[in-house]
Design a protein around this ligand. Sequence first.
Ligand code: NAP
Length: 315
Amino acid sequence: MPAKSKAKTVYTFEDLTSWEKAAAGLSPPARLSVFGDPVDHSLSPQMHNPALQAAGIDSQYVRIHVKADQLEKALRALPEKNFFGTNITIPHKTGALAVMDEVDDLARKIGAVNTVLVEDGKLIGYNSDGPGFLRAIRHEFSVDLRDLRILILGAGGGAGRAVAVQCAVENCERLVLVNRTADKAESLARELRPYFEKEKLEGPSERLQTVPWTDEALRAALDEIDLIVNATSLGMKRTDPELLHDSLFQPHHLVYDMVYSPPRTKLIASARNMGARAANGLSMLLYQGAISFEYWFNRDAPVDEMRQGLESALL
Ligand code: NAP
């Protein structure tokens, strides 16, 4: 019997191909992971390991560094290596979709997979980012997406797209897409148009719109918006430019910044200064993780332990 060993911070694709050797002596055995490139920043182990322990599941969750040209083989190795599944992070969420044996309807609409379940030797792809966002908004502001007029900054990126599709599927009151590269927002709007054909709102505003990223256009659009979402990659660094001028916020706005580190981003500080309510992306990270857990184990996730795990990791 091999001596007990501690999990490495990051495993490699080569480790995965000889998992019996690379993970020998791990107790509990590693049967869940996150694939990414890079992956060392991922907080998923700190969130999922307390959950597995609290649920009495004899398994641990590890990071595996997988490059694009290794993705298919790495995914195909999971059933053979006895994994329950894996999460997929940047930049593989779109690439993973093509490898799946089955893809959930929402993941197909989003065009990306962030959760893989191994079932009867097959790979089943899900996306918990959109539903995680839905739960996060309900948790932070006690409202549902379907009741909101929503503006997404960064609608051309992967996270912005997941959130926009979720808003469309939920039949939100109004959706305004904004992106630095305007073409990407326009192309997403064309795709989402069928969800917005039925009139829901009274009044002259279109239910689905793209708006250029200028103060003038944003000021006009924001009069008729309840929820502002930052889905750009800006906000993590102190040197990042301001996303919205203070003068654009109104006290009725709810602001959700998908960035969670730092916890009080410039966007959140500006929104609160102007009397708006604002929350960071930790709740989305938490709930997308909880939903992945539900896909893997078909039971409620121990959300309190997951939240504590994340909060301690971010201290
Ligand atoms: P991505 O696919 O690389 O997209 C980046 C987005 O940011 C694009 O819309 C891009 O616009 C925009 N952007 C980048 N630099 C910009 C600038 N200087 N000015 C204006 N817009 C700019 O990244 P992603 O995967 O969507 O992730 C976006 C953010 O969401 C990241 O901060 C990520 O950590 C966060 N996220 C959080 C959660 C969570 O659970 N809280 C989950 C997923 C992602 P262009 O199209 O013009 O390039």
